[in-house]
Design a binder for this molecule. Structure first.
Ligand SMILES: [Zn+2]
Length: 391
């Protein structure tokens, strides 16, 4: 009986219209993303806002899909409002949710836009030989630019009617690095150009980047959660049954015994009715960065050339790792390097700019035991080494 009721409810909640917000519920079937073991509240203490460099890959078939630079830039503006609680809707959040409204302290900088004409229709959701075509030059799309250093957003047509999707880094079957990013349909991207209502305020990308930072839908697993059985693993978002697909409800809207935070970015509510992330979501997102995406900490906003996908320095070796009192880098014989070392919470613990190449010694006696990330930067190229201090 219970299963029958669940099936009926699931069927009732399936999108009936030609388009819908996000395809991630399908990706999660039988694949519950678990919250990572993380450093909890510690991870949100004492740090600067992170600035995530973004590469936008416009992969177009029909001319309108080749969206303008202005439309791309409008999306970056939306992200920089939504992830800093600077969006106008933040002021409309019901008083009951105000105490948990979070400034995510995450910003975005556009470092490159690539443009690729393709003859594959709906390439954003097409696979060949198990590979997501839009992510590969060889399959009609465009290669990612170093996903450990950049957020790659592919803007491309789809076959599933959804506005977007994005894998969670903590899902049980993570995607290959080459396909790690966010996928958005061109008419759901940005806040100008061909973006069309009700998805014309850039919130699909805000939502999908939420997934990319390991945030789940507020109702938990599946299309909806009518029996209130699954949760988003975040304590300060109320348990919720519905997805609010294409809706713009009024507060209070109740399910699972409490008022729903339908205006949270991780719902399917219309763009105009989305308003906030919470402190709990912020903690989960920041934990995901230090756990799964440490390369973003201290990443560079220097523009990268779309025609130079290899942005990594080679010929750098790290000696004496794990280290106690010292470590050393073998640097190529050229130019000036910037060497910055970050701890697991993203705090800068060392920075120096040695000139020339050769062996560069680093005194690590003041470092406490643990994992560190060494960023070596030269002419806009970055290489990351993982350093383990053991005593
Ligand atoms: Zn989603």
């Amino acid at each position: 009986m219970r299963i029958a009721a669940l099936l009926l409810a699931l069927l009732a909640s399936l999108p009936l219209s030609g388009q819908y917000r996000c395809a991630n519920s399908e990706l999660w079937r039988g694949n519950p993303a678990q919250t990572p073991a993380n450093s909890g509240a510690q991870s949100v203490l004492q740090r600067e806002p992170i600035v995530i460099p973004v590469v936008v890959h416009v992969v177009w078939r029909s001319a309108p899909e080749n969206i303008t630079d202005a439309q791309v830039e409008s999306q970056i503006e939306v992200l920089n409002e939504d992830f800093r609680a600077l969006n106008a809707e933040a002021t409309t959040v019901p008083a009951i949710f105000n105490p948990v409204l979070a400034d995510m302290e995450i910003e975005f900088c556009l470092v490159a836009t690539t443009r690729t004409q393709t003859n594959v229709s709906g390439i954003g959701t097409r696979f060949e030989g198990g590979l997501r075509q839009v992510c590969y030059n060889s399959l009609g799309g465009h290669d990612a630019i170093d996903p450990s250093q950049y957020l790659n957003i592919w803007v491309a047509g789809r076959t599933d009617g959804a506005c977007g999707d994005a894998p969670l880094p903590g899902q049980t079957d993570p995607v290959p690095p080459a396909e790690d990013g966010v996928f958005i349909r061109p008419d759901c991207f940005g806040a100008s150009g061909i973006a069309g209502p009700p998805y014309n305020l850039g919130r699909t990308t805000t939502h999908e980047i939420g997934h990319w930072l390991n945030l789940k839908h507020l109702w938990g697993e599946g299309f909806e959660d009518p029996l209130c059985q699954t949760d988003d693993m975040v304590a300060d978002t109320p348990e919720q049954a519905y997805s609010y697909q294409d809706e713009c409800p009024t507060h209070p809207s109740l399910s699972c015994g409490t008022a729903d935070m339908f205006m949270n970015f991780m719902n399917y509510t219309n763009d105009a009715c989305m308003a906030l992330f919470t402190e709990g979501q912020k903690e989960r997102a920041w934990a995901a960065i230090s756990t799964y995406r440490p390369g973003l900490l201290g990443a560079s906003c220097n523009p990268v050339s779309a025609f130079e996908p290899q942005q990594t320095l080679t010929d750098i070796r790290l000696f004496n790792n794990p280290a106690d009192s010292w470590t050393a880098l073998q640097l190529p014989e050229k130019d000036i390097f910037e060497i910055a070392i970050f701890d697991q919470l993203g705090r800068l613990v060392f920075i120096e700019s040695p000139t020339g190449g050769g062996l560069f010694y680093i005194d690590t006696r003041s470092f406490i035991s643990g994992i560190y990330y060494i960023k070596i930067r030269n002419e806009g190229k970055i290489h990351t080494k993982k350093l383990n201090i053991v005593r």
